[in-house]
Design a protein around this ligand. Structure first.
Ligand code: ZN
Length: 469
């Protein structure tokens, strides 16, 4: 009986305790913190994440070897698989991990930082907007814009469906004036009793398509004068613009019927590359002028212009042979230079010129640098007259030897100096193209205002500066 109980007890121990002991002692891979699915934004580093894995039982768990296969391109969105193999002695376990590289960044929309102003009569407007997505790149083409009341809404989506919107305030306003373009020249020259044809003008506007132009002013081609036609354009928001065209109605140069107001155009320092063009203009208007010529290096090759000017009735005056101010050392050096240019002119034209202009004018003080304090200009002013020359300065400066470097300013400098006086001697330089380009307008201005253009002669009124040295 007692033995039976012992057997029974042993049996119970075998049936219950041993399996428990065995169960407790089962060795296997223990996996913790392993993620089968991971999402990461593109362009971020992915560190392999194999979890915590060991092999053993609850009392003792040994570390295992891990190896992995598979690659991830974090620059490219998509799903990637990594396979981890854990080994312990000859046992192994394989687990797969899915990594999804995603784009979760919305694009950015940028609008130039300007006030968004739309035309009052338009609902659509072009705005310089840009869109950029870190993953897709430039998305400017995909931007939509919606105008609601006084706001404009820009929207764009990237290929991953991330959306961006930008709202800007919008103003309907037009404060930009139309712009007017004249057909034909802004300054026109019409001979007396000739035809003036109104060529009109065109106007464009930022908001309006049809802009009407009103024209005011008249041209009387039967009366010499300076006329103005004003073209005015107004847009639907009442912004106006106007442009003026100047028309000179000019009489022929009344050389034989003196008006009492004379202009003597004089050109120093040439001849040069623009002298031919100048002679063409003078010929067109039958205007005689005076050329104070030189023999400095830049005149080389233009001797024929001296002959042409002489043959076409212009006065050939003497300026200087060298145009080097060292000629002012003394009277001898001055006259040596003067006779050299006189000889040259005579050689070319057969004419002995005695009409002169001092380099720098009679009022120059640059001669002080050379004359050793001997007041050379005071001496020369008397000496040249004693030798039968006449010298001429000027009372109208074109400014072309100084700060003036454009044609319009040369015209302005000259025409604004003309008044009701009887003698205007204008200084220009025919070696300056921009100055030569001003001559035509100066001539028609003068003719339209009743001046007579003349060339200097030995009998012309004297224009002398105050002598300063
Ligand atoms: Zn000069």
């Amino acid at each position: 009986m007692k033995n039976k109980k012992i057997y029974l007890l042993l049996l119970i121990i075998l049936i219950i305790i041993i399996p428990i002991i065995c169960f407790i002692n089962i060795k296997s891979f223990k996996v913790q913190n392993f993620k089968e699915y991971i999402e990461i934004p593109y362009n971020t580093n992915y560190k392999e994440n194999s979890g915590n894995v060991c092999f053993g039982n609850r009392f003792k768990c040994s570390s295992v070897k891990v190896s992995s296969t598979g690659t991830i391109d974090t620059k490219k969105i998509g799903e990637y698989t990594l396979t981890y193999t854990y080994t312990y002695k000859k046992k192994s376990l394989t687990k797969k991990q899915t990594i999804k590289v995603i784009d979760n960044l919305a694009p950015t929309i940028t609008v130039e930082d300007i006030d968004l102003v739309g035309c009052p009569n338009k609902t659509n407007l072009t705005i310089p907007v840009k869109a950029y997505d870190e993953y897709d790149g430039d998305l400017t083409d995909k931007v939509t814009q919606t105008i609601e009341n006084n706001q404009i809404i820009f929207a764009v989506k990237d290929t991953s469906g991330n959306e961006a919107t930008l709202i800007k305030d919008l103003t309907y306003l037009d404060n930009e004036s139309p712009s007017i373009t004249l057909n034909g020249n802004r300054t026109m020259y019409v001979p007396l009793n000739g035809n003036y044809t109104e060529l009109g003008a065109k106007a464009t506007d930022n908001c309006d398509e049809d802009i009407k132009i009103t024209t005011t002013g008249e041209v009387n081609t039967k009366l010499p004068g300076e006329y103005k036609i004003t073209y005015q354009a107004t847009d639907s928001s009442n912004n106006t613009a106007s442009v003026v065209r100047k028309i000179y109605v000019y009489a022929k140069n009344s050389y034989n019927t003196p008006s009492g107001k004379s202009i003597y155009l004089t050109f120093d320092d040439g001849p040069g590359p623009y002298t031919g063009k100048l002679l063409d203009i003078l010929k067109k208007y039958e205007v005689p002028a005076t050329f104070f010529v030189t023999n400095q290096a830049l005149t080389k090759g233009y001797d024929n212009m001296i002959l042409r000017a002489y043959n076409e009735g212009h006065t050939i005056g003497l300026h200087t042979n060298t145009h080097n101010y060292s000629i002012y050392q003394n009277a001898d050096t001055y006259f040596a230079d003067l006779y050299a240019i006189q000889d040259k002119v005579k050689r070319i034209t057969g004419y002995t010129s005695t009409i002169i202009r001092f380099p720098g004018g009679s009022s120059n003080t640059i001669s002080e640098n050379y004359d050793g304090g001997n007041k050379i200009m005071s001496e020369l002013a008397l000496a040249v007259e004693a030798k039968g020359f006449r010298y001429f300065d000027w009372n109208v400066s074109s400014g072309d030897a100084g700060g003036t470097t454009n044609t319009a300013q040369v015209v302005k400098n000259i025409t604004s100096s003309l008044g009701n006086g009887s003698t205007y001697v204008v200084l220009q330089h025919d070696i300056k193209g921009f100055s030569v380009n001003a001559v035509e307008e100066v001539i028609v201005y003068g003719l339209s205002k009743g001046y007579t253009f003349r060339a200097l002669t030995m009998d012309s009124p004297t224009v002398h500066h105050r002598i300063n040295n």
